[in-house]
Each structure stands twice: as C-alpha cells, then as structure tokens.
Write a protein that binds this ligand. Sequence first.
Ligand SMILES: [Zn+2]
Ligand SMILES: [Zn+2]
Length: 104
Amino acid sequence: MKIYSFKCPACGYESRHTVGTPDMDQILTDVNNEFAQYRLFVCRKELKLVHADVLDAHFDNKCPSDKNELEPIDDLEHVKCPRCDKELKVEDIKPLAATDGSAE
Ligand SMILES: [Zn+2]
Ligand SMILES: [Zn+2]
C-alpha cells in the first residue's frame, strides 16, 4: 500500500490518496479481515480525486459522498488534474513518513 501525493502546478490542486493493498505486517491485528484494495478515481462532479476500496461489497463505482459515477485511474504516474486537466505532479510517500497532515 502506498500513499501518493498529487499536486497541480497550474491551479494549486493538492490531494493525497492511499492506493494498493495493505501490507500484511501492518495489519497483524486485522488478519481476519477481508483484503482491501484501494484504487484511485476521479469524481467529475466534485472535480477531485477520490480513493475507494474496490473489494468493499458496498462499493459500486459511485462516489461515496455524492453517488456520481467515478472514473478509474490506471496510470498513477500520469494523472490529469480534475480541475484544469493539466498533468499532476505525483510523489509517493512512505506510509511511515505520512502524518495526519496536521503540520500543513
Ligand atoms: Zn489543476
Ligand atoms: Zn464526488
């Protein structure tokens, strides 16, 4: 599982998302849980990136907050800005280095 930071050099859009499957050594207490697999999507209604657990039985390709149909993103290295369509700068952050963002 990786955390990606997306930044738009053109309009300043900024977002962080978790993508992939949880590492086994990080979920020792949850070994009985079903696997999760997070993927990245675009919500065209809110003009933002969202991530969702595609193995969640409740997930139906709809945005959790507004039920708009989500567009999946397959190429994480080349993500277009949901607001202005410029290519976003992508960085992957090691989960250990990722705080809750309170420093921002
Ligand atoms: Zn932008
Ligand atoms: Zn939405």
